[in-house]
Design a protein around this ligand. Structure first.
Ligand SMILES: *[C@@H]1O[C@H](CO)[C@@H](O)[C@H](O)[C@H]1NC(C)=O
Ligand SMILES: *[C@@H]1O[C@H](CO)[C@@H](O)[C@H](O)[C@H]1NC(C)=O
Ligand SMILES: *[C@@H]1O[C@H](CO)[C@@H](O)[C@H](O)[C@H]1NC(C)=O
Ligand SMILES: *[C@@H]1O[C@H](CO)[C@@H](O)[C@H](O)[C@H]1NC(C)=O
Ligand SMILES: *[C@@H]1O[C@H](CO)[C@@H](O)[C@H](O)[C@H]1NC(C)=O
Ligand SMILES: *[C@@H]1O[C@H](CO)[C@@H](O)[C@H](O)[C@H]1NC(C)=O
Length: 490
């Protein structure tokens, strides 16, 4: 998810290495039913109810906080920088009228290692005027079997989400008045990993598990060579995972292709890689070409472009590829972008399709027409993009490594990143997408050495696809609408 200001500006340890931490990321939340259809149909205004109903979308990790350890489920968010947990007293969690069913909450009175750092130091404001706030605290934090001592966290007592968030961005974008070393900084400071780097593998949309690896690169999880792209500064500092994006190429089933360069856009539109955003958003000049090539139709009630679900069967070779600075290309097959999530939901009568699907690419214009931002001069690459990619976020060298994901990989081959390196190493993955099918009802294997073995989550997603696809984007929109540019966005 993006902060308002940013929008306005635009375990495993391999046998040889001790200094990497890997764990599974799980799609969706357990035990919550999605309100398919109806939620969308009524989405004329963004209601808090709706946020609550669909807030289970996204990718989650399991962590433990405190002594003795309390289990937490947190949304993985490369678009924000604070980690926060929900209080056991959070209004939304204890209010019986509330539709929020909190997944895991934290009780600091039961933790002997908890300390308050800044009472009421963490603040978030929602579109509906509700303010989410809490204290900055510190406590021991366990992830993938590795414990970080006294990590600064936000302890949220008022919120419109049913889980906390694990923000993986730069500490310069924290909400705190005094910036502090966040989780990635502390993994390095406390010598759990050597390089301030993590690799994100969300995996196939039809698979419930992906993984995240701190301190290393898993060369079994991508195809070909890892392209290295420099991150861009915003207002003179590195504050978000923003990279130069050169063009997209749309290839039709009959082999005809059409490229659209970012040069055709009349303003800069750097791409932000954000795991907390569900869909992907391109500048209008580029998105409109995609819309016309897939015959998309805009639904004025849903506020999204829809596409005929028949694309899923009719156009097997239809794909859209993204080029970055001539060094990386990510190909996204149409099946990843035609999202069959509307069910029997009523769409606007003007929509010409027998069955409507949501398009995984939308225009950044909707942020502008809805008054969320003044200028939609950015590209937001969310989960519909990230699932097709293996992405290495290198905070030490301000670089992003990008390669096509080798989907459903259940093997690992980890290259540990060392402190003395001056750049991301050039790494080569597997030669081609693996064709052996692997079980997906179980999380991918955790390779933690015995001394570090963390419990691997074993629940599977019980969310409907609607929830998995739409939720976080909507939250992002709502949060982004705060608009002042000073308040943080969930
Ligand atoms: C986007 O527009 C805003 C003004 O609305 C400006 O401050 C910002 O620098 C622009 N960003 C880019 C990347 O052009
Ligand atoms: C959210 O879920 C509740 C209960 O499941 C339902 O009554 C309500 O209509 C839903 N809200 C929206 C906006 O879909
Ligand atoms: C990955 O696994 C899922 C679930 O078994 C399957 O539906 C999908 O086709 C697989 N993807 C690839 C690229 O093989
Ligand atoms: C950009 O940096 C300047 C100078 O440090 C500062 O005055 C301004 O508020 C910053 N703008 C944003 C949007 O952060
Ligand atoms: C491929 O299909 C597109 C769209 O239907 C059409 O415009 C184009 O002429 C076709 N190209 C070839 C080589 O058949
Ligand atoms: C492209 O990447 C190269 C090598 O990392 C870098 O020197 C160059 O500045 C990049 N160009 C842009 C436009 O980002």
């Amino acid at each position: 998810m993006r902060t308002a200001s940013a929008l306005l500006l635009a375990l495993a340890s391999g046998a040889l290495s001790q200094h990497v931490i890997q764990f599974t990321v799980t799609k969706g939340l357990p035990g919550t039913q999605a309100e398919s259809g109806s939620a969308l149909a009524r989405r004329a205004t963004y209601s808090e109810q709706l946020i609550n109903n669909i807030s289970g979308a996204g990718y989650y990790v399991h962590v433990k906080v405190g002594t003795p350890a309390q289990a937490m489920t947190l949304l993985v968010d490369t678009g924000s920088s604070d980690a926060w947990v929900l209080s056991y007293k959070a209004d939304a969690c204890i209010n019986s009228d509330s539709l929020v069913k909190c997944v895991d909450t934290f009780n600091p009175t039961k933790s002997s290692t908890h300390k308050v750092i800044t009472p009421q130091g963490f603040k978030v404001k929602y579109l509906d005027g509700g303010i989410a706030l809490g204290d900055y605290i510190s406590d021991d934090f366990t992830i993938g079997g590795t414990t970080i001592k006294s990590l600064q966290l936000a302890y949220v007592t008022k919120a419109a989400r049913n889980t906390g968030i694990l923000g993986l961005g730069f500490s310069s974008s924290e909400r705190a008045a005094h910036k502090y070393p966040n989780m990635i900084d502390q993994l390095v400071n406390q010598k759990q990993i050597e390089s301030k780097t993590f690799s994100l593998y969300l995996n196939d949309r039809r698979t419930d598990y992906g993984s995240i690896l701190f301190g290393g690169i898993d060369t079994d999880k991508f195809i070909g060579s890892l392209g290295i792209v420099p991150m861009l500064k915003t207002n003179g500092t590195y504050s978000s995972y923003e990279i130069d994006f050169s063009s997209i190429t749309i290839t039709l089933t009959n082999g005809t292709s059409r490229s659209i360069s970012t040069d055709s856009v009349d303003h800069p539109a750097p791409a932000v890689l954000d795991s907390g955003t569900t869909l992907s958003y391109l500048p209008e000049e580029m998105a409109s070409v995609v819309f016309s090539l897939v015959d998309a139709a805009f639904d004025p009630v849903l506020n999204y472009h829809l596409v005929d679900c028949a694309y899923l069967d009719r156009e097997p070779n239809f794909q859209i590829s993204f080029q970055f600075n001539d060094t990386a290309t990510i190909v996204i097959p149409i099946r990843e972008l035609v999202l069959n999530v509307l069910g029997n939901n009523k769409v606007d009568p003007s929509i010409p399709f027998k069955r409507s699907c949501l398009l995984g690419i939308q225009s950044t214009d909707i942020f502008e027409t809805q008054g969320i931002v003044k200028q939609s001069n950015f590209t937001l690459l969310g989960d519909t993009f990230l699932r097709s990619a293996y992405v290495v976020f290198d905070l030490s060298h301000y670089q992003i490594g990008l390669a096509q994901a080798n989907l459903n990989s259940s093997t690992t081959s980890i290259v540990e990143l060392k402190a003395h390196e001056t750049t991301l190493p050039s790494a080569t993955g597997v030669a081609a997408q693996q064709t052996t099918s692997t079980p997906t009802t179980r999380p991918i294997a955790s390779l933690a050495p015995a001394s570090k073995s963390g419990a691997t989550p074993t629940f599977s997603s019980s969310f409907s696809s609607l929830t998995q696809v739409l939720g976080v984007t909507v939250i992002t929109l709502i949060s982004a609408m705060i608009g002042s540019g000073t308040l943080f966005v969930l």
